[in-house]
Ligand binder design. Structure first.
Ligand SMILES: [Mn+2]
Length: 415
């Protein structure tokens, strides 16, 4: 408490109200991705694993969950060590089919009853994603752009089914679900025709989104990508494609940190895209030299994204999500580290003297602006973060890992 009071006073000297920052942080939920828990395997089949889609999970850490109950138990441990509100981001391949032979084009909300029950008890909202990978009809890496009409139809119907599932999740949980469409479609080598697949994708998406649903319960997002394994030369759903589609159709635009050129970052895209699309869904991730989906850490690109959102008061138009999966370290710790880092980035942004920085800029005092930007970096942010953890009844840095280790020893090691 004493150290927080010192931090509070130091920030106050610069006109920053740490109490307001702590209150604001406690209102921003981050949607935690279920797929970090099991290397994107899903629950449709026993022993299912990630197949195709240009995605690769690496590592083989002990204790991978073998069913939905184990995955949810692991999630409970992670959520316990994440201060403040979270949501859960679920992929369609986490359906629990209980022996039913229903395929993805006809999935219904009852396949997710156990997830909804889990979320309901914990007062957590659910977000949702159609799964356009790990399926025989996606084996050649083409889904909504497939040249065969019947295969395209199957995936269109999957998208339609998922929107209705998202709407029902929103209704049952009293919290709007963001349903995000990402497809892997592309070409390993230089294509002869880049146009026709894009025309097919546009037409397929129009069909997926054709039914008007309750916008208080569900919203549609679309996610671009630069390349994937097996789609190095061409991705149908590029940034320009989806940016145009989202503007034209007023959809939420999903920006994934790993889905652009390695030196290209998301921060500068926020203020531009929000001029033309209703909202942005963030998939915070960390690409190391490629779209490697490393665990999010408190690094400059993530901090810059948070600053852009907080400075202009845009949190209502941002959906905060994570997209990484790493099986080379304890999967639960990966969830905790990545989500805490994202929240720390938000807290740092909330602790910026934004009015003063803008005032200095308006008076063209760029010397003082730079000096103040640098000064902020030496303030005791960690003490304010500890206070946030304490107020949210969550263990501080350096303490939560002991608990995760105990669970690893008692539960994960026995699987
Ligand atoms: Mn993503």
């Amino acid at each position: 408490m004493k150290s927080y009071e010192i931090a509070k006073s130091l920030y106050s000297d610069l006109g920053v109200d740490t109490e307001a920052a702590l209150d604001a942080l406690a209102t921003i939920p981050i949607s935690v991705q279920c797929w970090q828990g099991d290397d994107v395997a899903g629950l449709e089949r026993v022993g299912a694993k990630l197949e195709g889609g240009g995605l690769a999970a690496t590592g083989n850490y002990l204790g991978k969950p073998r069913n939905g109950d184990e995955l949810r138990a692991d999630l409970d441990v992670a959520v316990e060590h994440i201060p403040g509100p979270v949501r859960l981001n679920l992929h369609a391949c986490y359906a629990e089919k209980n022996g039913s032979d229903v395929d993805r084009d006809a999935y219904t909300v009852d396949l997710y009853d156990r997830w909804i029950d889990w979320a309901s008890v914990r007062k957590i909202g659910l977000d949702f994603n159609p799964s356009y990978f790990s399926h025989p009809l996606a084996a050649d890496g083409l889904t909504l752009t497939h040249p065969e009409e019947s295969i395209r139809r199957f995936w269109i119907n999957h998208g339609k089914a998922c929107r209705k599932i998202g709407e029902e999740m929103g209704r049952r949980l009293g919290s709007r679900s963001t349903v995000n469409v990402w497809i892997p479609d592309g070409s390993k080598d230089t294509p002869a025709d880049r146009l026709t697949p894009r025309e097919r994708l546009s037409a397929s998406l129009d069909e997926v989104f054709s039914e008007t649903l309750d916008s208080n319960l569900v919203e549609d997002a679309v996610e671009c990508k630069l390349f994937g394994i097996g789609s190095e030369s061409y991705v149908v759903g590029s940034h320009e494609f989806y940016y145009g589609y989202a503007i034209k159709n007023q959809k939420v635009l999903c920006l994934d940190s790993g889905h652009f050129h390695p030196t290209e970052t998301l921060a500068d895209k926020i203020s531009s895209t929000l001029m033309y699309v209703p909202a942005v869904l963030l998939h915070l991730s960390r690409g190391v030299r490629w779209d490697s989906d490393h665990v999010v850490i408190l690094e400059d690109p993530t901090k810059a994204v948070a600053e852009e959102i907080i400075r202009y008061g845009l949190t209502d138009r941002i959906r905060f999500g994570l997209d990484f999966f790493d099986a080379s370290i304890n999967r639960i710790a990966a969830w905790v580290i990545g989500t805490r880092a994202a929240k720390q980035a938000l807290l740092l942004a909330l602790l910026q003297p934004n009015e003063e920085l803008c005032r200095l800029e308006a008076t063209r005092d760029f010397t003082a602006r730079l000096a103040l930007q640098e000064r902020m970096k030496t303030l005791p942010f960690g003490l304010v973060w500890e206070e946030f953890c304490n107020r949210q009844s969550t263990l501080t840095e350096g303490r939560w890992l002991t608990e995760v280790r105990a669970y690893e020893r008692d539960v994960l090691a026995a699987r």
